[in-house]
Design a protein around this ligand. Structure first.
Ligand SMILES: C[S@@+](CC[C@H](N)C(=O)[O-])C[C@H]1O[C@@H](n2cnc3c(N)ncnc32)[C@H](O)[C@@H]1O
Length: 281
């Protein structure tokens, strides 16, 4: 691969459309490379520990928007009985390969969630709410996840804060047959509630040694944290804990939009349904 190709500029930005399935299908063959230095086993252990500290009981777990199984595998390794789902068929296929039949993994849209069981825990990790166009969509997705919890069951998710979208570097990762450039500088969002676009160039070498280039575009939306917490309540869930998260430094006591790239939210399906939630079932 000539280095010039790796440094090529991403092509002009198209208008943002919140249609994440196609980008993630294209990313599935390289997603392991792109997220290879993320420490999911440690992160998942820390998050499950947080839920247990707040009273989580049981191990029936749904990993929603599982991607290629970054969190699914550590959940299985912790002894959880795991189902998983994702919108992208290519991600579902990658997660199935990676988990080798240890988890039931199906294609499902968070905005039209089927009932996959009554779980003790639902995880939805990797800034998934930022892939949804509006807070109304976030509330709709959380409602679908709440239906997949037993009464008293817990939901764990993370959401990007404004700090995640500031001063984002361009990153290139590679192995012998794949080169991926993540144009972070194109994903900047400066205003609360603003939209951006993550552009990823993927170069893959085929069996004949020829390189193929494809460009993926993922619309991202920053959702201010108070709006996200309102969406949790609107979905009929109780907020149990909110923490900032900084890679390498773990969970922080509070979430700060300007300092922490992520917030981690732990919520519970109430043991008793309110009249409002009963109407939403
Ligand atoms: C950043 S990846 C995170 C994947 C995985 N949870 C992880 O932590 O590595 C976001 C995932 O959300 C999925 N996704 C985006 N919108 C979705 C939707 N409406 N329904 C289900 N999955 C969705 C994408 O296909 C992608 O696999």
């Amino acid at each position: 691969m000539p280095p010039a190709l790796v440094q090529a500029s991403p092509s002009a930005t198209r208008p943002s459309r919140f249609a994440p399935q196609a980008p993630y299908d294209a990313l599935a063959p390289v997603y392991d490379l792109l997220t290879g230095d993320y420490t999911y086993p440690e992160w998942v252990r820390e998050l499950v520990g947080l839920a247990r500290d707040h009273g989580l009981e049981g191990r029936r777990t749904l990993d929603a928007a599982c991607g290629d199984g970054n969190a699914t595998v550590p959940l299985l390794d912790l002894g959880h009985e795991v189902s998983a789902c994702d919108l992208s068929p290519a991600m579902v296929a990658a997660a199935r390969r990676r988990t080798g039949g240890r988890a039931r993994i199906v294609q499902a849209d968070l905005l039209a969630m089927p009932l996959l069981g009554r779980h003790d825990l639902v995880t939805c990790l990797g800034d998934v709410p930022n892939h949804l166009a509006s807070l109304a969509d976030v509330a709709a997705a959380l409602t679908g996840l709440r239906r997949n919890l037993r009464a008293g069951g817990m939901l764990l998710f993370d959401v990007n804060l404004l700090a995640a979208y500031r001063d984002v570097p361009d990153v290139t990762v590679r192995d012998d047959d794949r080169i991926v450039t993540w144009w972070g500088s194109r994903a900047q969002i400066h205003e609360p509630g603003g939209a951006g676009e993550v552009v990823v160039d993927v170069f893959q070498r085929d069996a004949d040694g020829l390189w193929h280039r494809s460009t993926c575009r993922q619309p991202h939306r920053h959702h201010p944290l108070p709006g996200v917490l309102d969406a949790v309540s609107a979905a009929g869930l109780e907020v149990v804990a909110v923490h900032g998260h900084v890679p390498g430094a773990g969970l922080q006591p509070r979430a700060d939009e300007s300092r922490h790239p992520k917030a981690v939210v732990l919520a519970r399906r109430p043991a008793r349904l309110t009249t409002k939630t009963r109407r939403q079932r």
